[in-house]
Design a protein around this ligand. Structure first.
Ligand code: ADP
Ligand code: MG
Length: 171
């Protein structure tokens, strides 16, 4: 667990999750890494769809579960979307260009990145989506490293994000 704040927002619809995610888009920079965790069907891909919309990506954003990596170069910043669900071995990450892509021209969103903690960079934004008893989603965001902390701070300061400070970690 890193130091610093955790923010959260409860969303009551897929549209609200996408709206939250779209408000992150203007603050992203090349090299930013966002790890998305949460059960199958929690809303990780919905979140990436919202980011894509915020970046002005017009192509449909689908789950890269089978492709592992799908990239969208046409927005204001290239968007790389990984889904590591089907990967079993950390060595496969090199084959799919994981490390190169993270260091490249765009922002990278990694579903199931927590499966391979040793593969994650020093700094990243951790987004955890959970489903509450009513079926609403709770999106918790925690930052690791200085750049991610700054990113989270500016995002949370944007009133359109409606993120709220909360005590404790991302668990
Ligand atoms: P994941 O990528 O985490 O496996 P998806 O984003 O593909 O999940 O799917 C999430 C599913 O949950 C979608 O069918 C979506 O319509 C539904 N859903 C219901 N409520 C929400 C919500 N508040 N936020 C996001 N998705 C929601
Ligand atoms: Mg998904």
């Amino acid at each position: 667990m890193g130091t610093g704040l955790t923010y959260l927002r409860k969303t009551t619809s897929p549209e609200a999750t996408k709206q939250l995610a779209s408000t992150l888009a203007p603050y992203l920079r090349a090299g930013d890494v966002i790890v998305l965790s949460g059960d199958l069907g929690a809303g990780k891909t919905q979140f990436v769809q919202g980011v894509a919309a915020g970046l002005g990506v017009r192509a449909p954003v689908t789950s890269p579960t089978f492709n592992i990596l799908l990239s969208y170069p046409e927005g204001t910043l290239p968007l790389h979307h990984f889904d590591l669900y089907r990967l079993d071995d950390i060595d496969e990450l090199e084959d799919i260009g994981f490390y190169e892509t993270l260091d490249a021209d765009g922002a990278s969103f990694v579903e199931w990145g927590e499966k391979f903690p040793d593969a994650l960079p020093y700094g990243y934004l951790d987004v955890v989506v959970t489903v509450d008893a009513e079926g609403n989603r709770v999106v918790r965001v925690h930052a690791f490293g200085d750049r991610a902390r700054r990113l989270l701070t500016v995002w949370a300061n944007d009133s359109k994000s409606r993120l709220m400070k909360c005590a404790g970690g991302t668990a």
